[in-house]
Structure formats: C-alpha cells, structure tokens
Design a protein around this ligand. Sequence first.
Ligand code: ATP
Length: 231
Amino acid sequence: MLVVDSLVTRYGAVEALHGVSLEVGAGEAVALVGPNGAGKTTLLRTISGLVRPAAGTVTIDGRATGRTAAYRVARLGVSHVPEGRAILSPLTVRDNLLMGGNRLPGSEVGDRMDEMIELFPVLGRRIDSLGGVLSGGEQQMLAIARGLMARPRLLMIDEPSMGLAPRIVGDVLDALHRVVATGTAVLVAEQNVGLALEVADRAYVMVVGDIVASGRSADMDENSLLETYLA
Ligand code: ATP
C-alpha cells in the first residue's frame, strides 16, 4: 500500500536521504534498521508529509502524496508514532487516546477506545492516570494505541524501544506483534536490530541516507548485519 520511490530529502545544504526506495504491502510488517543519524526519522517524517521531499515520490494506495500536507496523509490511512512518543503529559490516558481518535465519527470513538484497551490492557488500568506519570513502556503502548485510534491501514513507529529497559522492550515487542495480528501494516524504524527482525516480515537496512540492504527478516542474520553495516 506504501511505495516510496527515489526519495531525496534535504535540510538546507545537508542531504539526509539520497534517493530512498521501499515498499510496504497491505498488512505487512516491515522494519527500517540503521544507526543513529542514518535518516530513518527523516524518511518517516517525509512519508508523513511533515518534511517536504526535494525529489522522488511517496504513493499510498496509488495516490502520490509527496508534497501533501501531513493531515491529508493521515486521512489516507497513515498514522505516525513519533520518536520520543510525544505523550501529552498533563492529559489523562483517556484524553491522549481521544486525541488520536479525533477524526473518527463520534459514534465510533467509544468502540475504538474499547478495542485499544483490549489490545493494551495496561491502558485500561491506567485510563484516568496522567500521561506524564506512566512508565516509559506504558507511554510507548499509549503512543501506539493513540496512533491506532484513527484506524490507520499503516502505522509507522519511530524507535519504539528507545530508552526502555530490556525487560520492557519485550513488552513492546509483544505489543507490536498484537498490532500486526490485527492486520494493520507496520513500518518500524529501529536501532535495535534484534527487535526489528523479530517483529518484521521484511527489513531494510539504512546507512547515511541510503538503503544498503533489504530482504526477508528470516533470511537476515542479526550479528552479520551489525558487523557489516551497523558497527
Ligand atoms: P535517529 O536514530 O537519531 O533518529 P535517524 O536515522 O532517524 O537517527 P535522522 O534523524 O533522520 O536519522 O537524521 C539524518 C541526518 O539528517 C543526520 O545527519 C541529521 O544530523 C540530519 N538532520 C536531521 N534533522 C535535521 C534538521 N532539522 N536540520 C538539519 N539536519 C538534520
């Protein structure tokens, strides 16, 4: 459903993406792995319409979005869970979820909230807690659930394991598996190659603005990827 073709993104004189191409099929889980500064965040932000590309195209279900405003990309069925989660700390878990569902018809919001609580029971237990008092892992669940509230067909998640203890990373991995099981396509950007390969059907390896390798996760070896590209 997502096709990115020869995308170039610049910040002034700095070219962060040098002509990146990738695809995500309907319901597919795809990982984008690469070290800090490779351009993963820039790629997700360009797909979302938060950053304008200098060249290349982004197509969602055959519709080119390259120079489209972010809210229109969201309407095409893409949700973006940003790096750092961007939980609204002074708002409750309920209100954070409601923010994610603000484009749904009013009659669907309650049902969608119930589905999110079924998917992430911890959010039900903390529904009246302020976002800012949740643990890092709970905040990541909330950020994912908030992104899912809009019933996207593609959920893009930037560095879900960032800053989390290894035990909590396991919880996030479980959560991602549950999201994929709902049939939502997922594009996850990760420095944690092990997590990325476990959750994704396919992976792309990105190094300084270019995709340098890609393939089925089952055919990729974490250690050799780390040694070859990510050392
Ligand atoms: P991280 O894991 O830190 O998010 P990343 O792979 O997502 O890394 P980006 O954040 O997309 O990488 O950064 C790619 C390149 O673009 C880096 O060289 C970075 O310094 C540069 N860059 C990112 N944002 C800006 C900006 N707003 N202005 C100028 N340069 C930027």
